[in-house]
Design a protein around this ligand. Sequence first.
Ligand code: XMP
Length: 508
Amino acid sequence: KILILDFGSQYTQLIARAVREANVYCEITPYHKAVVFEPGLKGIILSGSPFSVNDVNAPEVEIRELIGKVPVLGVCYGAQLTAKQFGGKVEKSNKREYGRAYMQKIKENVLLNGMSENSQVWMSHGDSIKELPEGFELLAVTESIPVAAFRKNEGDGVLYAVQFHPEVYHSIEGKKLIKNFLVEVCGCAQDWTPAHFITDTVAALKEQIGDRKVIMALSGGVDSTVAATLIHKAIGDNLYGIFVDNGVLRKGEFEQVLKTYKDNLHLNVKGIDAKARFYGELAGKTDPEDKRKVIGRLFIDIFQEEAANIEGIEMLGQGTIYPDVIESVSVHGPSVTIKSHHNVGGLPEKMHLGLVEPLRYLFKDEVRRVGRELGIPDELLDRHPFPGPGLAIRILGEITEEKVKLLQEADYRYTTGLKEHNLYKTVWQAGAILLPVKSVGVMGDERTYEYTVALRAVTSVDGMTADWAHLPYDFLAYISNEIINNVRGINRVVYDISSKPPATIEWE
Ligand code: XMP
């Protein structure tokens, strides 16, 4: 395993993903946490940071204490901290170096092995290393900085450092550098594959759960499906899945997903048709937060009622993934980020259940890779994110069964159209929104007065920021016709061209 000490860089997660992509397991830990030198630990990477090493409260670790035990790679801030601690000189550059640069090797070495001359690398720093410490050797420069890569040459310990960010996409051969560090310098085996993860995880789940019973809410989403499939592999039908139809799922979704769960994945899952209860309680509610609360509370009620019907439930399965649990280091001090939209948040304490979270250390793309290895169908793995409150937050204002039907039809045409035109996978999330606006139209000789649907499609990496997707005009023209001609009750289609921020992805 590799440990990444996080000094608060926005790119820290990218380092972890690059390491995992090389099939080496790694974890991110805040820089101020004591490093445990367990036998499996093969190396340490020091991340970048928004700080300058010369700030009074700059985050620090004793690098000397690390390199005695395992090889270390310093990235950006990590490189500057190295230079500073060993007696080199780090100073403010005249200009912030940001963006593309081209690396020239000064000396052949194992870290940069296989990288081409003038390889494009990505810089993002305000300070520069002006002088290397004694006993250190320069490995590469760029046209604008005297130290782009270096290593410690004398004394004990293996230490490499680079001023640029090998983990970002724009460092074209950065992956090669990271692989060199992992394999050639640290001797990692590159055996962290989905198949390996599945074997290990299933064994660990067997150990953790024993013959206890686990209950889990399934949503048809990627994370809960992959988590449930892993748990099922470990304990079989002692996993009790609950899939609730809250009346605001997409068209045909409840039936289709339930069928896949049963026929393809052989999960022990109970489908609960609670549509009427949800519609009943949603009636008259127009405020988005009220709608969310009703859906969240009712969901928990139903889940608890079902759990009470199964004797001896002791544990709760959840599809929590790594970005939800990484302790992030922020400029304002360490903080913990936890996703707020958790459908069953608070349940484990309330029900006194132990937690089972097999995906706790995986990134989203890894969850998909594991899902593929487990034989979960692509249409389930490639689904766009879909909010827990479902179409309820895409029907602006009050929800009625009629409006749900209308939106389901429009959304179905839109989603199917995206798939048929090979656009579905090019966007991060897409959906239709039913506006509480009626307007005049004309169909044949008849005047109509009907609803408007807004179409939303965004590109994004994590949903935190998003840009509206530039879908082709031809497609927009096609889909507008398709919806207006086929969905009775809608006579106008508009396209949302707002990015996040300042807009959000959902309209409510
Ligand atoms: P916003 O609208 O905040 O959405 O830009 C960001 C991502 O979160 C999803 N979302 C939710 N997911 N419960 C959920 O489970 C919610 O209440 C909720 N609200 C928004 C949204 O679909 C997008 O992927």
